[in-house]
Design a binder for this molecule. Structure first.
Ligand code: TUI
Length: 310
C-alpha cells in the first residue's frame, strides 16, 4: 500500500508506533521498523544521553528508518532535540505540547517532523510552522489525551490541512486501519497493540491486564490538573480519582504516581502502578510479533477495502 506517508517515511506500510514512555525502547522500535512500519524510541523523561544510547542500539538491530518521539514536557527535551540531529534520526514525532521552538533546527537538518495534535487549531499551527505530517490523536488513546474523539477529530483535521494526516486513538486492527483511511487519514499510529507485541519488553503482568481488559475498563486520571491520562482501572486509579474528587493538591496526586508507570511496565506492579493503555485494549486478546501484527492489519484492511469497492 502506497500513501503520501509511505513516501515520506520510506516504509513498506503506513503504520507508525506510538512513542510510549518506558515501552517504546529500542527493541520494539527496531522490530516495528524491521516489520515494515515506522518504529519509534520514546524519549519520554529519559536523560538525553540515554536517548542517544537507545538510538545507537536501534541502529544495530535495523537498517530501516526509525524515529524518536519527543515528549515536550520533558525538561531534557532541548538536549534530546540536538541528539536527534547529531545521530541523523530521520523522523521525529512530538507529544504533549508545541514543538515550534525545534522546528527550525530539525527542518535545517532534513528531519521529517510529525507533531501529535489533539485539535484542528494545533494541526493548522503545526502545518504553518513546517510540519511534514500530523498525527491526529483522539481521546480513545492511552496516556496523556485530548478531548476530541478520533471519529470526529480526524476528518476535521484532514479538511483543515494539506499535509498527510495519521489517525491515532482506538485503532488496533485492520478494521480500525481501514476506517481511518475512510476518514481521510493516510496512515495510523498505534500504541496499545504494540505494547503487547512479542518484541515489547513490557512486563507480562501489564500485557495480561490488556488481554483481560473489557471495553469499559479504562479510567482517566488528572482531569482536574489539566493533564488527563488514560490508563487501565486498578487500585491506583481508584485512589487517584477518590483523592481528586476530595480536592487533593497537585503534590499529593503527583506523590501517588511518581515512578508508577515504570513500576508497572518494568516491575509488573499492576496494582499500584500506572497501566497506560487506550480504550481499544478490550479488543486485544493475545500477543503477536510485530511482523504478524502488521501483516494481519494490512491483509484484513485490504480485504475490507476491496469488499466495499465492489
Ligand atoms: O503525548 C501524548 N501522550 C502521552 S505523553 C505522556 S507523559 C505524561 N505523563 C503524565 C502527564 C502528562 C504527560 C503520556 N502519554 N500523546 C500526544 C498528545 N499530545 N496528546 C495530547 C497532546 C497535546 C496536548 C497539548 C499536543 C499539543 C498540545 O498543545 C499544548 C499547547 O502548547 O497548545
Amino acid at each position: 500500500m502506497k500513501t503520501r506517508l509511505t513516501e515520506l517515511l520510506k516504509t513498506e506500510y503506513p503504520i507508525i508506533q506510538g512513542g510510549m514512555a518506558w515501552v517504546a525502547e529500542y527493541h520494539l522500535a527496531a522490530a516495528v521498523s524491521n516489520a515494515g512500519g515506522l518504529g519509534l524510541i520514546g524519549a519520554a523523561s529519559a536523560p538525553a544521553e540515554i536517548v542517544r544510547e537507545q538510538i545507537r542500539e536501534a541502529k544495530k538491530l535495523t537498517d530501516r528508518p526509525f524515529g524518536v518521539n519527543v515528549m515536550l514536557m520533558n525538561p531534557n527535551s532541548d538536549a534530546v532535540a540536538e541528539i536527534i540531529v547529531e545521530e541523523g534520526v530521520p523522523v521525529v514525532t512530538t507529544g504533549a505540547g508545541n514543538p515550534g521552538k525545534y522546528m527550525k533546527l530539525w527542518k535545517e537538518h532534513g528531519v521529517t517532523v510529525i507533531p501529535v495534535v489533539a485539535s484542528v487549531a494545533m494541526a493548522r499551527m503545526m502545518e504553518k510552522s513546517g510540519a511534514d505530517a500530523v498525527v491526529a490523536e483522539g481521546t480513545e488513546s492511552g496516556g496523556h489525551i485530548g478531548q476530541q474523539t478520533t471519529m470526529a477529530l480526524v476528518p476535521q483535521v484532514v479538511d483543515a490541512v494539506e499535509i498527510p494526516v495519521i489517525a491515532a486513538g482506538g485503532i488496533a486492527d485492520g478494521r480500525g486501519f481501514a476506517a481511518a483511511l475512510m476518514l481521510g487519514a493516510e496512515g495510523v499510529q498505534m500504541g496499545t497493540r504494540f505494547v503487547t507485541a512479542k518484541e515489547s519488553i513490557v512486563h507480562e503482568n501489564y500485557k495480561e491486564k490488556i488481554y483481560k481488559a473489557k471495553d469499559i475498563d479504562s479510567a482517566v486520571t488528572g482531569r482536574s490538573t489539566g493533564h488527563p491520562v488514560r490508563c487501565i482501572r486498578n487500585k491506583m486509579t481508584k485512589e487517584y480519582l477518590r483523592m481528586e474528587s476530595e480536592g487533593a493538591t497537585l503534590e499529593e496526586l503527583e506523590q501517588l504516581t511518581l515512578g508508577s508507570l515504570r513500576n508497572a511496565v518494568i516491575d509488573g506492579d499492576v496494582v499500584n502502578g500506572t497501566i497506560m493503555a487506550g480504550q481499544i485494549a478490550g479488543l486485544i486478546k493475545e500477543g503477536a510479533s510485530c511482523q504478524e501484527i502488521l501483516e494481519e492489519i494490512m491483509g484484513d484492511a485490504e480485504q475490507l477495502l476491496k469488499k466495499y469497492a465492489e
